[in-house]
Design a protein around this ligand. Structure first.
Ligand code: ADP
Ligand code: ZN
Length: 521
């Protein structure tokens, strides 16, 4: 039931045609309608626009909506007008007549919502027009555009803070970007540092099943996942353009309808794939992250990651394309040490300043933590976004709780192997040392003389690989990009090394190939 806000329920029903609020909407509408400064973080498709459109109708005066997306503004204006709401837009796409009509409605006070492209804020006449128009609320869509670090930075967004001050009205900012740095920038730049009432809602997508699996013949793993879902629309995300093509072909060879999609393709070819995906049933698109921004298909039944995404935010966004219709949808994310090495190297070799790189490592750590989680994945995912939730019953770890063991001793042995070899080697060599394998490399380096040599004979190679992967996942060791992925201990490992902390590890699901059970069909 709608919350008890005067006027909200009838408007929700009569103007917008909804019986109920979505999770979070009611509280946000209430706060905005009461004239509080609000920062609302909701995922794409969560229903942000209602959170300013409805309060706009509950308040006296005009609400100015600032959005960078002209097409979206025009859509919303059209929708509102069809519902009988006096709304208009001032954007570069206007005809002269449209602009004249909007200005007239502004002057005679009949307009309720004015959509404004941010570029307009640069002009003095627009500022004056707004100061005389009786604005009582500013709503900012895609508020992360004020962040200079983001991909979507809009310099004109920096003027919004001044506008808020000069008009002296409350401001409600909306975004789907949940990371704390972006939030801080929004608060500093739009609200002049005064902390608004902040809502983070609606991130749970309970119909999406979450699952991670360590890579173990990734192509076979993806093919078997797809085989069990034949005829359903799905997306496979890959780390490289080349892989999208080979994997799409492998899927076609197995009788699927599949095509590849990446940023290196001609615009026409890409559009053709988008159209096919929208209209055809049961098509699989094997894509890089270039695929997705414009994808608005409600019945995508599954999303698989053939390679690890770059951050927990990217993961959330990519799996979030599945099951928009609310019906059950499935996901599978594959990951391995090579992914971790690659993602770390991408961050280290990027152009970002050091603080930003540290933050990016943090976002990757959050994703790796999710991959190596010991309990409900959704609980962990939502906790990252600031939402509390009970165990979900709809993830692989809720389905089959992992067996754990006290891994402190193997972890300490592994750390010691890395340290005694001067943190100059990758997992393969360190495992040889631990298992006492007298390889040429081991003998040449004299590593068979180390006290660590052979102390790990109690575990199999596969088990050691799992230990190293989980250690990387917990950021106890990191591959050093400048030294070909040599494993280096991090500060986080110190308490473990000193015996002050213990480490629970998952008994791994990775089996040696010869003992692997038949692939599930
Ligand atoms: P966002 O801007 O957060 O991406 P939108 O505001 O465009 O999302 O809303 C996404 C979809 O959800 C729209 O089709 C909208 O009509 C629908 N929607 C929003 N609120 C409700 C509601 N309370 N009940 C049902 N549908 C809703
Ligand atoms: Zn769960």
């Amino acid at each position: 039931m709608p919350r008890d806000i005067p006027g909200a329920a009838p408007l929700l029903r009569d103007v917008f045609g909804f019986d109920d609020f979505r999770p979070g909407q009611g509280e946000i509408v209430e706060a905005v309608a009461e004239g509080r400064n609000v920062l609302a973080i909701m995922p794409t498709g969560g229903g942000k626009s209602l959170c300013y459109q409805l309060p706009a109708l509950m308040r006296e005066g005009i609400t100015v909506v600032i959005s960078p997306l002209i097409a979206l503004m025009r859509d919303q204006v059209r929708g509102l007008r069809e519902a009988g709401v006096a709304a208009g837009a001032l954007t570069s796409a206007n005809t002269e007549d449209e602009t004249a009509a909007v200005m007239e409605a502004l002057q005679d006070g009949s307009l309720r919502l004015l959509y404004l492209a941010p570029e307009r804020l640069a002009s003095f006449s627009a500022q004056r027009m707004l100061s005389q128009a009786g604005v009582s609320l500013i709503a900012v869509d895609e508020a992360h555009c004020v962040s200079q670090w983001g991909h979507d930075f809009r310099p004109d967004y920096l003027r919004i803070g001044e506008l808020r001050q000069s008009l002296g009205v409350p401001l409600a900012a909306f975004t789907a970007t949940a990371d704390p740095e972006t939030q801080e920038e929004i608060v500093a730049r739009l609200f002049g540092g005064e902390v608004p009432q902040t809502f983070l809602r609606g991130f749970d997508r309970p119909n999406i099943h979450l699952a991670f699996t360590p890579k173990d013949g990734p192509r076979r793993q993806i093919l078997s996942f797809a085989a069990a879902r034949k005829g359903q629309s799905g997306i496979v995300y890959c780390g490289t353009r080349a892989k999208t093509e080979t994997l799409a072909k492998a899927l076609r060879d197995e009788g699927h309808s599949a095509c590849s999609y990446h940023g290196g393709m001609e615009a026409d070819d890409r559009r053709r794939v988008e159209e096919r995906f929208a209209t055809e049933e049961g098509l699989i698109v094997v894509a890089t992250v270039a695929f997705g921004m414009g994808v608005d298909k409600p019945d995508i039944r599954w999303v698989a990651h053939a390679d690890l995404p770059k951050s927990i935010e990217a993961y959330y966004q990519e799996i979030g394309r599945a099951g928009r219709d609310g019906a059950p949808a499935e996901t599978l994310t594959l990951y391995g040490p090579e992914d971790i090495r690659l993602r770390r190297a991408q961050i280290d070799e990027g152009q970002a300043p050091p603080e930003r790189r540290a933050a990016d490592h943090g976002r990757l750590n959050a994703l790796l933590g999710l991959a190596e989680a010991l309990g409900c994945r959704r609980k962990e995912l939502l906790a990252y976004f600031g939402e509390e939730a009970p165990a979900c019953g709809n993830c692989d770890l809720c389905d089959t709780p992992p067996e754990t063991f006290d891994g402190t001793e193997p972890v300490r042995k592994a750390l010691s192997a890395a340290l005694r070899t001067e943190e100059s080697f990758g997992a393969g060599h360190l495992i040889d040392v631990l298992m006492g394998n007298e390889t040429d490399k081991v003998r040449q380096r004299g590593h068979d003389k180390l006290p660590t040599f052979g102390v790990g004979r109690d575990l199999s190679k596969g088990q050691w690989q799992a230990v190293f992967r989980q250690m990387m996942g917990r950021d106890l060791i990191r591959p050093d990009a400048e030294r070909h992925g040599a494993l280096v201990m991090t500060d986080r490992a110190l308490p473990v090394l000193r015996g002050e902390e213990s480490v629970a590890l998952r008994r791994d699901v990775v089996q040696r190939p010869e003992r692997r059970p038949a692939a599930k069909a």
